[in-house]
Design a protein around this ligand. Structure first.
Ligand SMILES: [Zn+2]
Length: 312
């Protein structure tokens, strides 16, 4: 189901002239779309996205089916006619009413509650349950569905700037920025030395099986840490791409990540907070050891933290 359909499931249409409501796919005559209420008919109907106005433009319903209606389809047909016998269209426009809030007004919060409840969407459930600021959960969710505006995605929206990664000379994509770029690879290497976690291959790997051998409690804290890492890479990339800042050192990005970790740990359960503090310190020590010979100076940490604070 695409995002538009997921959002539309969060509300229903008050039908006026029927020109904005899909007969089968939207919720309008009852609390479920007709496609779900009469699945056998929906399977054989030709125009699955027909609007209510189009279907009611004929004195008989303007519907065409690929097969003869008989058996259970005939039962569904009669039930549907019964349901539709009360429907009358008017001259006013169709109105979409959001069900997530009592007042019918859309909010991001009610949208993610809705998305959380979509069955078979374990990944979303995991994400929205993380104890992180809402802004970060939305960022992670967009990352998982490949929708953050990396340069390849910007180009799809007819953006005509350079496609080159802000840190190296290869083209930027989500996978490149967070896994393939030298910046990402170096950070994953530090994580490997510091936390003994092998390098993940993709976002889905991270959300899925990565690190699960250490137990479900650990996995939740781990996802929050990785959120801080992704956020640090993303903010650093934005500064280079759009604010003409110099490319940060790997250690600066790691300190930016540990800054967010310390900041967000207050949202975690008390027993996890200490764990996060220790992990942050280990990450910093290992980062400094690994990159001690790469020209990093001690004041870079202060610069990195200042940059983080200004982005709060
Ligand atoms: Zn790169």
């Amino acid at each position: 189901m695409n995002i538009k359909d997921q959002l539309l499931r969060g509300g229903h249409f008050k039908v006026g002239n029927g020109q904005a409501t899909r007969f089968w796919k939207d919720k309008w005559v009852t609390s479920r779309p007709l496609s779900e209420q009469f699945p056998n008919l929906f399977n054989i109907v030709r125009n699955k996205s027909a609007l209510v106005a189009y279907v009611f433009s004929d004195t008989n319903l303007n519907l065409s089916f690929r097969r003869t209606i008989m058996g259970n389809k005939l039962v569904e047909w009669h039930n549907m006619l019964n349901l539709l016998s009360e429907v009358t269209l008017s001259l006013s426009r169709d109105k979409f009413v959001w069900d997530g809030q009592r007042n019918g007004i859309f909010s991001v919060q009610s949208m993610y509650h809705l998305l959380m409840n979509i069955p078979n969407n374990e990944r979303n459930k995991k994400l929205w349950k993380l104890k992180l600021p809402l802004k970060i959960k939305v960022f992670l969710w967009n990352l998982c569905r490949g929708a953050i505006l990396t340069k390849d995605n910007l180009a799809k929206r007819r953006w005509n700037g350079s496609l080159t990664c802000s840190f190296c000379n290869r083209n930027e994509s989500i996978h490149h920025l967070f896994f393939d770029c030298y910046m990402a690879k170096s950070i994953w290497r530090v994580i490997y030395f510091a936390l003994k976690l092998e390098m993940p291959v993709s976002i889905n790997h991270i959300i899925g099986s990565w690190g699960t051998n250490r137990g479900p409690g650990y996995k939740k804290v781990l996802l929050s840490r990785i959120a801080a890492l992704f956020w640090a890479i993303w903010l650093s990339r934005n500064e280079v791409a759009f604010n003409q800042k110099p490319i940060p050192s790997i250690v600066q990005v790691i300190f930016r990540c540990t800054h967010w970790l310390r900041f967000w740990r207050l949202l975690q359960k008390e027993e996890s907070q200490q764990q996060i503090l220790i992990a942050s310190q280990v990450l910093e020590v290992v980062a400094m050891e690994v990159f001690a010979n790469h020209g990093w100076r001690s004041n870079s940490r202060i610069e990195a933290q200042c940059a983080c604070t200004s982005n709060r």
